[in-house]
Write a protein of this length. Structure first.
Length: 75
């Protein structure tokens, strides 16, 4: 049985570029030259990274990050 995977997404309209998310999970999020997050396009299936990604989502002051389940087409 395969583990469920999720993808981390950022809404660039909501994001203010505070950078908390990149501090919490630098393995999946890094900052561009202007301080805005660039999110890894890879699915997150590692449980420890998934916990950190969920923490980054809950800590985002602008609620600009979400975890989504990839569709069959994206897997």
């Amino acid at each position: 049985m395969s583990r469920p995977t999720q993808r981390l997404r950022v809404n660039p309209i909501l994001c203010d570029g505070m950078g908390y998310c990149a501090e919490i999970v630098p393995e999946l999020i890094w900052l561009d030259d202007w301080g805005y997050p660039v999110v890894s396009p890879d699915a997150v299936d590692d449980p420890s990274l998934l916990r950190l990604a969920a923490r980054a989502v809950t800590q985002c002051p602008r609620v600009a990050l979400v975890l989504t389940r990839p569709s069959e087409r994206e897997r």
